[in-house]
Ligand binder design. Structure first.
Ligand code: MN
Length: 204
Protein backbone atom coordinates (compact mmCIF):
# COMPACT_ATOMS: atom_id res chain seq x y z
CA UNK A 1 0.00 0.00 0.00
CA UNK A 2 1.62 3.22 -1.15
CA UNK A 3 0.42 6.77 -1.56
CA UNK A 4 2.04 8.62 -4.44
CA UNK A 5 1.87 12.38 -4.91
CA UNK A 6 2.26 14.02 -8.32
CA UNK A 7 2.34 17.68 -9.36
CA UNK A 8 -0.11 18.79 -12.05
CA UNK A 9 -1.06 15.49 -13.72
CA UNK A 10 -0.73 11.72 -13.58
CA UNK A 11 2.53 10.39 -15.05
CA UNK A 12 2.46 9.41 -18.75
CA UNK A 13 3.25 5.74 -18.15
CA UNK A 14 0.71 5.09 -15.40
CA UNK A 15 -2.10 2.75 -16.37
CA UNK A 16 -5.12 2.65 -14.06
CA UNK A 17 -8.38 0.86 -14.60
CA UNK A 18 -10.78 -0.53 -15.65
CA UNK A 19 -12.54 0.66 -12.48
CA UNK A 20 -11.12 3.69 -10.68
CA UNK A 21 -12.15 5.35 -7.43
CA UNK A 22 -11.85 9.15 -7.54
CA UNK A 23 -12.21 11.94 -5.02
CA UNK A 24 -11.29 15.63 -5.01
CA UNK A 25 -10.16 18.11 -2.38
CA UNK A 26 -10.90 21.78 -2.94
CA UNK A 27 -10.51 25.10 -1.14
CA UNK A 28 -14.16 24.94 -0.07
CA UNK A 29 -17.63 23.76 -0.92
CA UNK A 30 -18.57 26.19 -3.72
CA UNK A 31 -17.18 24.80 -6.98
CA UNK A 32 -17.64 28.13 -8.75
CA UNK A 33 -15.58 29.95 -6.12
CA UNK A 34 -13.31 27.39 -4.51
CA UNK A 35 -10.59 25.95 -6.66
CA UNK A 36 -9.67 22.32 -7.12
CA UNK A 37 -6.51 21.39 -5.20
CA UNK A 38 -6.09 17.60 -5.23
CA UNK A 39 -7.54 14.73 -7.26
CA UNK A 40 -7.04 11.28 -5.72
CA UNK A 41 -7.37 8.05 -7.67
CA UNK A 42 -7.12 4.37 -6.83
CA UNK A 43 -7.53 1.28 -8.98
CA UNK A 44 -8.70 -0.67 -5.93
CA UNK A 45 -5.30 -2.32 -5.32
CA UNK A 46 -4.52 -0.44 -2.11
CA UNK A 47 -2.41 2.23 -3.85
CA UNK A 48 -3.58 5.84 -3.98
CA UNK A 49 -2.37 8.35 -6.57
CA UNK A 50 -2.70 11.99 -5.58
CA UNK A 51 -2.50 14.74 -8.18
CA UNK A 52 -1.89 18.25 -6.88
CA UNK A 53 -3.53 20.93 -9.03
CA UNK A 54 -1.93 24.37 -8.87
CA UNK A 55 -3.61 27.78 -8.79
CA UNK A 56 -4.71 28.74 -12.32
CA UNK A 57 -4.06 25.28 -13.78
CA UNK A 58 -6.65 24.36 -16.41
CA UNK A 59 -5.10 21.29 -18.06
CA UNK A 60 -4.23 17.77 -16.93
CA UNK A 61 -4.31 15.67 -20.12
CA UNK A 62 -3.58 12.26 -18.58
CA UNK A 63 -6.17 12.72 -15.86
CA UNK A 64 -8.77 14.07 -18.31
CA UNK A 65 -8.20 11.12 -20.64
CA UNK A 66 -9.38 8.85 -17.81
CA UNK A 67 -12.35 11.09 -16.97
CA UNK A 68 -13.57 11.06 -20.57
CA UNK A 69 -12.87 7.38 -21.21
CA UNK A 70 -16.26 5.71 -21.58
CA UNK A 71 -14.68 2.29 -20.91
CA UNK A 72 -13.28 3.21 -17.49
CA UNK A 73 -15.82 3.30 -14.66
CA UNK A 74 -15.22 6.07 -12.13
CA UNK A 75 -16.50 5.48 -8.57
CA UNK A 76 -17.19 8.58 -6.49
CA UNK A 77 -18.77 9.31 -3.14
CA UNK A 78 -20.94 12.37 -3.82
CA UNK A 79 -19.71 12.58 -7.38
CA UNK A 80 -21.91 15.58 -8.08
CA UNK A 81 -19.41 17.86 -6.37
CA UNK A 82 -16.22 16.28 -7.73
CA UNK A 83 -17.52 16.07 -11.30
CA UNK A 84 -18.59 19.74 -11.09
CA UNK A 85 -15.20 20.79 -9.67
CA UNK A 86 -13.27 19.00 -12.43
CA UNK A 87 -15.65 20.28 -15.14
CA UNK A 88 -15.12 23.82 -13.84
CA UNK A 89 -11.32 23.38 -13.79
CA UNK A 90 -10.65 21.43 -16.99
CA UNK A 91 -13.85 21.91 -19.02
CA UNK A 92 -14.13 18.11 -19.16
CA UNK A 93 -17.30 16.30 -18.14
CA UNK A 94 -16.62 12.89 -16.56
CA UNK A 95 -18.24 9.92 -18.30
CA UNK A 96 -19.29 6.51 -16.93
CA UNK A 97 -19.71 7.08 -13.21
CA UNK A 98 -20.97 5.32 -10.08
CA UNK A 99 -21.79 7.24 -6.91
CA UNK A 100 -21.78 5.41 -3.58
CA UNK A 101 -23.78 8.22 -1.96
CA UNK A 102 -26.64 7.91 -4.48
CA UNK A 103 -26.48 4.12 -4.12
CA UNK A 104 -26.70 4.49 -0.35
CA UNK A 105 -29.67 6.88 -0.57
CA UNK A 106 -31.50 4.42 -2.80
CA UNK A 107 -30.87 1.35 -0.67
CA UNK A 108 -30.25 2.43 2.93
CA UNK A 109 -33.68 3.99 3.36
CA UNK A 110 -33.61 3.04 7.06
CA UNK A 111 -31.18 5.89 7.79
CA UNK A 112 -30.35 9.45 6.77
CA UNK A 113 -26.64 8.96 7.46
CA UNK A 114 -25.06 8.69 4.03
CA UNK A 115 -21.63 10.20 4.70
CA UNK A 116 -18.63 8.13 3.65
CA UNK A 117 -17.53 7.69 7.27
CA UNK A 118 -20.93 6.27 8.25
CA UNK A 119 -21.10 4.02 5.21
CA UNK A 120 -17.65 2.55 5.76
CA UNK A 121 -18.39 2.00 9.41
CA UNK A 122 -21.66 0.18 8.80
CA UNK A 123 -20.85 -1.74 5.62
CA UNK A 124 -17.14 -2.53 5.88
CA UNK A 125 -16.50 -1.96 9.61
CA UNK A 126 -13.69 0.43 8.67
CA UNK A 127 -13.07 3.60 10.64
CA UNK A 128 -11.70 6.57 8.72
CA UNK A 129 -10.81 9.90 10.29
CA UNK A 130 -12.44 13.02 8.84
CA UNK A 131 -10.12 15.30 10.81
CA UNK A 132 -8.22 16.65 7.80
CA UNK A 133 -11.38 17.26 5.73
CA UNK A 134 -11.28 20.97 6.40
CA UNK A 135 -7.63 21.84 6.00
CA UNK A 136 -5.68 23.96 3.52
CA UNK A 137 -5.59 21.72 0.46
CA UNK A 138 -4.05 24.53 -1.62
CA UNK A 139 -0.80 24.25 0.31
CA UNK A 140 2.25 23.52 -1.90
CA UNK A 141 3.31 20.66 0.34
CA UNK A 142 0.69 18.35 1.76
CA UNK A 143 1.18 17.03 5.28
CA UNK A 144 1.41 13.31 5.98
CA UNK A 145 -1.99 13.51 7.67
CA UNK A 146 -3.51 15.20 4.60
CA UNK A 147 -2.04 12.57 2.26
CA UNK A 148 -3.34 9.73 4.41
CA UNK A 149 -6.77 11.32 4.70
CA UNK A 150 -7.01 11.99 0.95
CA UNK A 151 -5.99 8.39 0.22
CA UNK A 152 -8.53 6.97 2.67
CA UNK A 153 -11.32 8.64 0.68
CA UNK A 154 -10.59 6.47 -2.37
CA UNK A 155 -9.13 3.24 -0.99
CA UNK A 156 -12.41 1.58 -0.02
CA UNK A 157 -14.83 2.73 -2.74
CA UNK A 158 -14.43 -0.45 -4.81
CA UNK A 159 -15.46 -2.67 -1.90
CA UNK A 160 -18.26 -0.31 -1.02
CA UNK A 161 -19.59 -0.34 -4.58
CA UNK A 162 -19.60 -4.14 -4.67
CA UNK A 163 -21.74 -4.42 -1.56
CA UNK A 164 -24.09 -1.54 -2.42
CA UNK A 165 -24.62 -3.05 -5.88
CA UNK A 166 -25.46 -6.43 -4.34
CA UNK A 167 -28.05 -4.78 -2.11
CA UNK A 168 -29.51 -2.66 -4.93
CA UNK A 169 -29.79 -5.77 -7.11
CA UNK A 170 -31.41 -7.75 -4.29
CA UNK A 171 -34.09 -5.06 -3.87
CA UNK A 172 -34.61 -4.52 -7.63
CA UNK A 173 -33.30 -0.97 -7.53
CA UNK A 174 -30.13 -1.29 -9.61
CA UNK A 175 -31.75 -0.19 -12.88
CA UNK A 176 -33.04 2.96 -11.20
CA UNK A 177 -29.64 3.55 -9.59
CA UNK A 178 -27.88 3.18 -12.95
CA UNK A 179 -30.24 5.75 -14.49
CA UNK A 180 -29.30 8.15 -11.70
CA UNK A 181 -25.58 7.55 -12.32
CA UNK A 182 -26.12 8.18 -16.03
CA UNK A 183 -27.73 11.55 -15.27
CA UNK A 184 -25.19 12.56 -12.62
CA UNK A 185 -22.64 14.26 -14.94
CA UNK A 186 -25.40 16.49 -16.36
CA UNK A 187 -26.59 17.32 -12.82
CA UNK A 188 -23.02 18.39 -12.02
CA UNK A 189 -22.86 20.47 -15.20
CA UNK A 190 -26.12 22.24 -14.23
CA UNK A 191 -24.45 23.21 -10.93
CA UNK A 192 -21.69 25.02 -12.80
CA UNK A 193 -23.81 26.43 -15.63
CA UNK A 194 -26.28 28.27 -13.39
CA UNK A 195 -28.82 25.87 -11.91
CA UNK A 196 -27.05 24.92 -8.68
CA UNK A 197 -29.95 24.69 -6.26
CA UNK A 198 -32.88 24.55 -8.68
CA UNK A 199 -34.74 21.26 -8.84
CA UNK A 200 -35.40 21.22 -12.57
CA UNK A 201 -38.03 18.50 -12.06
CA UNK A 202 -40.05 20.54 -9.56
CA UNK A 203 -43.33 22.20 -10.61
CA UNK A 204 -42.32 25.59 -9.24
MN1 MN B 1 -12.29 13.70 0.16
Amino acid sequence: MTNKVYKGDLPDNLILGPVIAIDCETMGLNPNRDRLCVVQLSAGDGDAHLVQISQGQDRAPNLCKILENQKILKIFHFGRFDIAAMYKTFGVLTKNVYCTKIASRLIRTYTDRHGLKNLLQEILAIDISKQQQSSDWGSKTLSKAQIEYAASDVLYLHQLRDILTQKLTRENRMVMAQSCFDFLPIRAKLDIEGWPETDIFAHS
